[in-house]
Structures are given as C-alpha cells and as structure tokens.
Design a protein around this ligand. Structure first.
Ligand code: NI
Length: 191
C-alpha cells in the first residue's frame, strides 16, 4: 500500500524515532509499504517518519540512479533497521540532495565520503556495511531523518535565508508533488 508522505513543517519529521524492538508481521508490512511508497514517488530513500511512523527504520533503492553508481553496492532495495554509523571518513564530498518531504528544493550538502554502518536487515539479522559514494550519501540522509534532522539543516545560513520563505509556505501546506502528500495537521490549505 502506498502511504502519503509527510511534508516539511510536520512535527513528525522533527521527532527522534524509537528503536524497533522486534520483528513481526506488522514490521514486515510497514517495510513493504515503505518500499512501495518510495518506488511510487521515484525516490531512492525513505525513512519511517516521512510516512508518519516512529520506528527507527529506512529503505533505500539506488536502482533509478544506477548510471551514477560506480561502486559495488549490495542487491537493492535495502532495509536498515536500528542503524548506527560507527565510523566516518574525515574526507568529505559535496552532492546536490533533495527529499520527498521537501518537494522541488535541491541543495548542495557536504558529508563524509565513507561510512561504516551497523544495522539489522529486513530479516532482522545484524549487519555491518562499509559504504561510499551515493550509497553512503543516502544512508546518511535517511539516518538523519531518524534523528529529526533534514538536509536543509546542513546548508549555510545564507542558503537557508534564501529558502526561508519557500519553506514557510510549504509548512503552511502550499506544496504539490506528483505523489500523495500528508500535509501538516491543521495547516492544509483549502482547495
Ligand atoms: Ni529525505
């Protein structure tokens, strides 16, 4: 089932997510729905808070960006439950990021180039992964969502000032996308 995606300004996007305690049918259904939602919105990553949930969980599928991925990546899609970054490189790179919860805005973000991440996979098996390039980028972006952090928090004060008005409009529900949106509670504009 495709779930509506919560938009900038919704408090759920600022709430730190809670560790997942156990595997089960409800968790597997959520994972399936999140993958379907990510694919439906042509996204390459989606975190649980973006669909209004509080589990520490995100999904990734780099397939649409295959042309830009030179490095070896595990089979896609990937599921990350209770992820933690345990190492990151001093070396950083810049890349233009977007977010399904912040439609139409793209900004350059600087992040560590390589990371090591520990997590549980879709079958709740503990895994350790060393990632670089686009995969490392997406994992860091999605893991931020689980801590209530959005990519626009990483840009310069100057760039943020330029976006301020657009973000305020978005938080009031003045936003459209070609996928289903859940507008901030009480803020949805009358149409
Ligand atoms: Ni995002």
């Amino acid at each position: 089932m495709v779930l509506p995606i919560h938009v900038y300004g919704d408090p759920i996007l600022r709430r730190p997510a809670d560790p997942v305690e156990e595997n089960g049918p409800a968790l597997q259904q959520l994972i399936e729905d999140m993958i379907e939602t990510m694919h439906g919105a042509s996204g390459i990553g989606l975190a649980a808070p973006q669909v209004g949930r509080t589990e520490r969980l995100f999904v990734v599928d780099l397939t649409p960006m295959a042309d830009e991925v030179d490095e070896e990546v595990p089979p896609q899609p990937m599921v990350f439950i209770n992820p933690t970054i345990t190492e990151e490189s001093e070396e950083t790179t810049e890349f233009e990021e977007g977010c399904l919860s912040i439609p139409e805005i793209r900004e350059i973000v600087r992040r560590p180039e390589r990371i090591r991440v520990e997590y549980r996979d879709r079958s709740f098996t503990p895994q350790v992964l060393e990632a670089d390039g686009l995969l490392a980028r997406v994992i860091q972006h999605e893991l931020d969502h689980l801590d209530g952090i959005l990519f626009v928090d990483h840009i310069s004060a100057f760039r943020r000032q330029l976006l301020k008005r657009r973000l305020r409009e978005m938080a009031r529900g003045e936003v459209e996308a070609d996928y289903a949106l859940a507008l901030p509670p009480g803020e949805a504009k009358m149409r």
